[in-house]
Design a protein around this ligand. Structure first.
Ligand code: ADP
Length: 390
């Protein structure tokens, strides 16, 4: 039997969906419902016959939007539903969403106050609409549960860990797992050896993977730790909150919002959080854009070198995400800071790699360098299929 998995990625006012068939050559029916709960709610996506569509659905909530989406799927009904869940606490693998699993997601809300409640909304909507279908949770954090304690503990008083779960969790696990498996397979060593992965999108993170298991990653308790991102600062001196509160009189909420929404590439450049726009501005001589790109690449290289300490040896580096897959300049600049680890990129291969394709871009000396397009929906569907046994 060929199964169809409906993959749901639910935000507080949005819902991304994809119907993933087991037949890899089949068109993926996917789309997005946005502005849910408001007058401007709408759904846009691709129909089963491959045409684009856009539909206004004023005041629709998650459940209403899903009902409309599912009517549009015609005879492509799902056999199971896979939910992307941001924070699973210490859940280490994809699981059936039983009452107990839902309670653990609920319990992790203090760790992901914006994401987990939205994810639960999606689960509730699909449970109402499909009480008989298996529902599986696939967690951004699960892949990193293999990190050793010396990588996940913060050097703060122990009770914060034992009583309040303060530790490093890591995110983007679905993507790091997918591209490291695929990249190492393309290199002829599926899930063997030491791989560094750089997932570079609006949110970005690095990961070190030894024999298929995450041993360290750049994000921590929340997705704010680590790299410079679109609007997130990544690592700053932890005294910054206090400095700003004391000198500017800001409260904690205002500092936190600034670090999450007004920093990163946007904060450094004052131009944009979007790498493509920034690269155009840099080409046109905007010095702040030039610096933002340089900081992004240097900090990325520094993070890759840092997490590489978790690997007994480095076999290769894999770039993915909108920036990692498309921006040859960012790959070139980043690898330029990693010559001390033996990395050497081929400018010709790097520049000529066709967008959206996987390819090897190293110069033939040192660890390998690959670009591997990520497929988080595909990975969620694969895990859902395995857990739901459909
Ligand atoms: P998300 O994290 O929301 O899934 P993506 O993985 O799609 O985001 O990545 C979005 C980022 O990828 C944006 O900064 C965008 O500018 C960048 N990007 C996409 N295409 C290109 C390109 N051709 N050149 C440079 N950056 C690109």
């Amino acid at each position: 039997m060929v199964s169809n998995i409906l993959v749901i990625n639910c935000g507080s006012s949005s819902l991304k969906y994809a119907l993933v068939s087991e037949k890899t050559d089949e068109l993926r029916i996917q789309g997005l419902a946005e502005n849910l709960g408001s007058e401007n709610a709408r759904i846009k996506g691709i129909t089963p016959t491959g045409e684009s569509f856009e539909q206004n659905v004023p005041n629709a909530d998650h459940e209403k939007a899903l009902t409309i989406i599912l009517n549009g799927l015609a005879d492509h009904k799902p056999d199971a539903i896979g939910h992307r869940i941001v924070h699973g606490g210490t859940i280490s693998e994809s699981v059936l969403l039983t009452e107990e699993a839902l309670k653990r997601i609920q319990d992790a809300i203090p760790l992901a106050p914006l994401h987990n409640p939205a994810n639960l909304l999606g689960v509730k909507a699909t449970q109402t609409l499909f009480p008989d279908l298996p529902q599986v949770g696939v967690f951004d954090t699960a892949f990193h549960q293999s990190m050793p304690a010396h990588a996940y503990r913060y050097a703060v008083p122990k009770f914060l860990y034992t009583e309040h779960n303060v530790r490093r969790y890591g995110f983007h696990g679905t993507s790091h797992a997918f591209v490291s498996e695929r990249g190492s397979e393309l290199a002829g060593a599926k899930n063997q050896g030491g791989w560094l992965t750089a997932h570079l999108g609006n949110g970005s993170s690095t990961c070190a993977i030894w024999n298929g298991k995450s041993v360290d990653t750049s994000m921590g308790l929340t997705p704010l730790e680590g790299l410079v991102m679109g609007t997130r600062s990544g690592d700053v001196d932890p005294s910054l909150h206090n400095f700003i509160a004391t000198n500017l009189g800001w409260d904690l909420a205002k500092v936190t919002k600034m670090l999450n929404n007004e920093s990163g590439l946007l904060g450094l450049s004052g131009v944009s959080n979007d790498m493509r726009t920034l690269m155009e501005a840099a080409d046109n001589g905007n010095e702040d854009a030039v610096l933002a790109i340089e900081v992004f690449c240097y900090r990325l290289a520094k993070s890759l070198a840092g997490v590489s300490c978790g690997l007994p040896k480095i076999d290769g580096l894999i770039f993915t995400g909108g920036i990692g897959e498309n921006a040859a300049l960012i790959r070139e600049k980043t690898v330029g800071y990693l010559g001390n680890l033996g990395f050497n990129i081929s400018k010709e291969k790097n520049d000529s790699l066709k967008r959206g394709t996987a390819g090897q871009v190293d110069a033939g000396t040192g660890p390998q360098i690959w670009v591997v397009p990520t497929d988080e929906e595909g990975r969620i569907a694969q895990e859902t299929r395995a857990v739901a046994k459909v």
